[in-house]
Design a binder for this molecule. Sequence first.
Ligand code: ADP
Ligand code: MG
Length: 314
Amino acid sequence: MTTQPTGPASGTAPAPEAGAVLETGVAGDGLDLEAAQSVLGVDDSRFRHDYLEVRGLRVEFDGFVAVQGVDLTVTAGDLRFLIGPNGAGKTTIVDAITGLAAASGSVQFGGVDLLGKKTHRIARAGVGRTFQTASVFEELSVLQNLDIAAGAGRGPLALLRRRTSTPEAVEQALETVGLAHLRDVQAGILAHGQKQWLEIGMLLVQDARLLLLDEPVAGMSQAEREQTGELLQRIGAQRTVVVVEHDMEFLRAFASSVTVLHLGQVLAEGTYAEVQADPRVQEVYLGSAGATRGARRRGAAPTSAAPTTDEKEA
Ligand code: ADP
Ligand code: MG
C-alpha cells in the first residue's frame, strides 16, 4: 500500500560491465530493489491467509529449558523482529520451527502443523530460514547455490549437469541480491554480507512464504544494512517474515512489530516504540547491550533508557 522510497544507490548508477569486478571476487554494487519487485511478484493474494502461529513452544536440552511457553503470532505483511540478549532462545525458536530442534507445543504455518515434521517437509510447506553463520555451499558458485535452491524438487543428476540457460527466477534473484556479476565465483569467497544476501536469494527462488532470518545484518556495513532492511520490508510486505536481531538501531528503522525474548520466554511485544518504553525491556537491555554503551544506571532511566545513536539527527 505505502510507496517505498527507493534507496539512494538504486536507479541512478548504471550496472557495471559483466566481469569487471570478478578478479576481486567480493566487490559488489549492492542490492537491486527494482529487481526485487519482479522476483517477489505482484500477486499478493496467495499469501493472504498465511500466518505463523506458535503456541506453548518448549525446547529442552538435557534438562535445561531453553524455550518455555512461547506464543507467537505473525501474519503475512508483518515484518516481525525477534530480539533479546544472547542466550534468550531466539535461534532455538527458529530451530524448533524449522525442525532442527525437538520441541513441544504447537507450530502452524498456512494451516499446516510443522512440529514433529522432518526439515524437508517443513521446507516444502513454504518455510525457509537463514543461519547466523551463513550456510551457503562454499565450493559451489553463486549460481549453483541458487540453482540448488530452485531445484529442491529436482534429482541430483539434473543439478550436477551444466545448465545452458538460467531459469528466470534464478536470474531475478541474482539481480535482486546484487550478485548477478558474481554469479560464477565461488560462494566461499563472498564477503559475509554477500553470503547473507545469497541465502536470502535462495529463499526467494524457493519461493518461501515464511522466512526466518537469524541475524542477517550482523557484520554488514551501514549501507548494506539499510539496503537489506529495505529488501526485508519489501519481502515482509507480502510474506510472513521473522528477523532475529539485536541491534536497536536497525530495529527502529525497519521493524513493524517486535517480540522481546528473555530467558526463553516472551517478555514484551508491540511496536518498536512500545517495547522500547517498556521498563522490563530497558532492564534487560541495560543489563546487557546497554551496558557496553556505559548506561550504568539500570532501571533508573525513564523513556530514553535505550538511547539511539542518531538522536542528534532528529
Ligand atoms: P539466542 O539465539 O537468543 O542467543 P539460543 O537460542 O542460541 O539463544 O540459546 C538459548 C539457550 O539454549 C542458551 O542458553 C544456549 O546455551 C542453549 N542452547 C542452545 N542450543 C543448545 C544445544 N544444542 N544444547 C544445549 N544447549 C543449547
Ligand atoms: Mg542466536
